[in-house]
Design a protein around this ligand. Structure first.
Ligand code: CNA
Length: 294
């Protein structure tokens, strides 16, 4: 009980402080760096949560190791587990979370610089956030490519193959040129991240490094274990003068290993943080409206 109270005190302090900073500099813009934790309340499991994460529940896929489902060499040998997972996670079945709509509020208030997301669920766009603000670091299901000759294919080439009843009846999507497997443009282990990730971060970093940026930008990291590189190095690369806040169920990555004096931590659910921060900013009615209108 004492433990919980201590956390709540720290969370209250983080909410108050962030609210104060955002109000103090009315033009301050936010860069979000997010992961699967912002979508767990939508019904999409993350990877690494101890009881509910996908890695814990992949036994039914019969994998040699959990990450194999996103391993390009394994996919080439046995694409079934990825098809099963893709069928479960395919965009369109889920509604954005309160946290997604909270990020949208920053766009509406003209205070959003960028959202770097590791998620492949496209819920940022579904919440109404414009493409120019979103960097999908690990790609998306919107298009596909042949894993051998790299020929590009539209979304349906893979999507239509997800209409299977059992794993044994899957008709794998294949290239009409070289007959190799087709997969969505989702970044697997062993594949490069999209050029937009590197180019946009270079631009944003240059802006953050500018002398006048100290109070003009705030970085909010949310719902990620910061275990997958190179994404996980972004918070570490944020210049020391820029305020960072972590909203997560656990302490992770650069926030744990190289904690900065100015770091803030909200330990708990991203939706709870969104609700409390919106109240702090006087945005709760707007947030409620966005959530209800969807
Ligand atoms: P992860 O490694 O599973 O970590 C999730 C983190 O979020 C953990 O630290 C959890 O404690 C925390 N967390 C879970 N739920 C909440 C919550 N409600 N509030 C606050 N914190 C929470 O996931 P990462 O995103 O860090 O790992 C990167 C992988 C996950 C990327 O390559 C993604 O493609 C991949 N992934 C994406 C989705 C999706 O698109 N929704 C789902 C599952 C995995």
């Amino acid at each position: 009980m004492k433990y919980l109270v201590q956390h709540d005190d720290a969370n209250l302090k983080a909410v108050k402080k962030l609210g104060f900073l955002l109000r103090k500099t009315s033009g301050a813009n936010v860069i979000f760096m997010v992961g699967a934790g912002i979508s767990t309340s939508c019904g999409i499991p993350d990877f690494r949560s101890p009881e509910t994460g996908l890695y814990r529940n992949l036994a039914k896929l019969n994998l040699p190791f959990a990450e194999a489902v996103f391993d390009i060499d394994f996919f080439e040998e046995n694409p079934k587990p990825f098809y099963t997972l893709a069928k479960e996670l395919y965009p369109g079945k889920f509604k954005p979370s309160k946290f997604h709509f909270f990020m949208k509020l920053f766009q509406d208030e003209n205070r959003l610089r960028r959202i770097y997301t590791q998620n492949i669920d496209t819920l940022e766009a579904q919440a109404g956030i414009n493409a120019e603000y979103i960097v999908e670091a690990h790609g998306n299901f919107a298009s596909n490519h042949c894993i051998k000759c790299k020929k590009q294919f539209p979304m349906n080439y893979f999507k239509e193959k997800l209409d299977f009843k059992t794993e044994d009846s899957i008709d794998f999507a294949r290239c009409d040129h070289c007959k190799s497997l087709i997969k969505p443009n989702i970044v697997f282990f062993g594949e490069n991240l999209p050029a937009r990730f590197f180019d946009t971060w270079e631009d944003d970093l240059e802006t953050l490094e500018d002398k006048s940026s100290a109070s003009e930008y705030i970085v909010i990291v949310a719902g990620t274990s910061l275990a997958v590189y190179p994404f996980a190095s972004l918070p570490h690369e944020v210049p020391a003068k820029i305020r960072r806040i972590l909203i997560n169920k656990e302490m992770v990555g650069s926030f744990a290993q190289e904690k900065r004096k100015t770091d803030l931590m909200f330990k708990g659910s991203t939706d709870d943080a969104a609700q409390r921060l919106a109240e702090e900013m006087g945005w709760s009615e707007k947030l409620k409206k966005l959530c209800n209108e969807f």
